[in-house]
Design a protein around this ligand. Structure first.
Ligand SMILES: [Zn+2]
Length: 351
């Protein structure tokens, strides 16, 4: 049992996924698909799994292989992610090329692909490599969810789920990290099962104001395009501001990397590029989750109205359905301004 390496990697709870990965590290199949929403621990689990796969002791968390893999710097762990809205053909080709190369140091190579839910059309070469990679290669794919677009990819992998973290788990994790109990209790429900988001919200003074903005939205709606356009502008502005704590955190990570490069004298262009790409990915996810949080708050207004037995319950039901559909479609639709405007035009006013 080497579950320690998953805790070292930052996985919180997720006992079933950790046990499954831990058991798999001994005699892995050729490809795994880790499925879970942002901040539920899939990225950390992939890091821990990479270490467990390369470590001679199955992931003791202390040897050179483990330390390098956990720090994201092992030469036999290669990570990929779509840079744009979807995986480009050149990016798929780069993954295939890397997967067919021999390991640099040991007997095994781990190829990690992030954001597989944004792979809308996989190339035949990628599918074939996923199905039959060289014996030394293990694929670890990560997806927020399994949409029909990635069903063919999913069918070639052993699937491991990392569901959203329960509110009490998030609350306890925040308290264990030094957040005041009252603040942790206030922030945990707004994190939507995402511990990384919870950590940011813990230092986000603006959370209550954003929640109020979404909650009062139905009382401002009057069916006109002008009102809707203004409301969407204001919402997007607040979502932009909500990324402020994230930008502070990322600036600190860049500074830490520069420090490390200065001390070691390494050139570091690869490390800089990888970190910048990771930051972009995290920013995109943060934005999507913030929108989902807003939409969940908005839906709760219509749900409350319905539960209180207000007039026109059918319109409340339709409103909740429309909001839920938009929230679920956000992963695939980056045109959030238009989507939000179209949604708000359809929603009835409620006070
Ligand atoms: Zn080790």
């Amino acid at each position: 049992m080497a579950e320690v390496v998953f805790r070292e990697a930052g996985v919180v709870a997720q006992d079933r996924a950790v046990a499954a990965l831990d058991a798999s590290a001994v005699a892995p199949v050729h490809a795994y698909l880790l499925v879970g929403p942002p901040g539920a621990g899939a990225a950390a689990a992939a890091r821990g799994f990479g270490a467990a796969l390369l470590c001679a002791a199955g992931g003791d968390g202390t040897c050179r292989d483990c330390r390098l893999a956990l720090a994201g710097e092992h030469p036999d762990v290669r990570s990929f992610a779509p840079a744009g809205a979807a995986l480009r053909v050149e990016e798929a080709e780069a993954i295939v090329r890397e997967a067919t190369r021999s390991p640099v140091e040991g007997a095994r190579k781990v190829v990690v692909v992030h954001d597989v839910h944004r792979v809308d059309v996989a190339t035949p070469a990628l599918l074939k490599t996923l199905e039959e990679p060289p014996a030394s290669t293990v694929f670890v794919l990560l997806a927020d969810a399994v949409a029909p677009e990635i069903a063919t990819i999913a069918s070639r992998c052993a699937r491991i789920d990392l569901p959203p973290l329960p509110v009490p788990t998030i609350e306890a994790a925040l308290v264990a990290e030094g957040v005041a109990a009252e603040r942790a209790a206030a922030v945990a429900p707004a994190a939507l099962g995402d511990l990384e988001r919870a950590r940011l919200l813990a230092s986000d003074e603006d959370l209550a104001r954003r929640e109020r903005l979404w909650r009062t939205l139905p009382s401002a709606l009057d069916g006109t395009g002008g009102t809707v356009a203004n409301a969407v502008d204001e919402l997007l502005e607040h979502i932009e501001e909500a990324a402020a704590p994230l930008r502070v955190q990322q600036a600190a990570e860049v500074a830490a990397l520069e420090d490390r490069l200065a001390t070691t004298g390494a050139r570091g262009s690869g490390g800089r590029k990888a970190l910048a790409e990771q930051h972009k990915r995290v920013q995109r996810r943060h934005r999507t989750t913030e929108l989902r949080f807003g939409l969940a708050t908005l839906a709760s207004v219509y749900r409350d109205h319905l539960a209180a037995g207000g007039p026109d319950p059918a319109a409340d039901v339709a409103a909740v359905d429309a909001i839920t559909a938009v929230a679920e479609g956000l992963i695939h639709n980056p045109r959030e301004e238009l989507v939000l405007q179209a949604l708000l035009l359809r929603l009835p006013s409620r006070r």
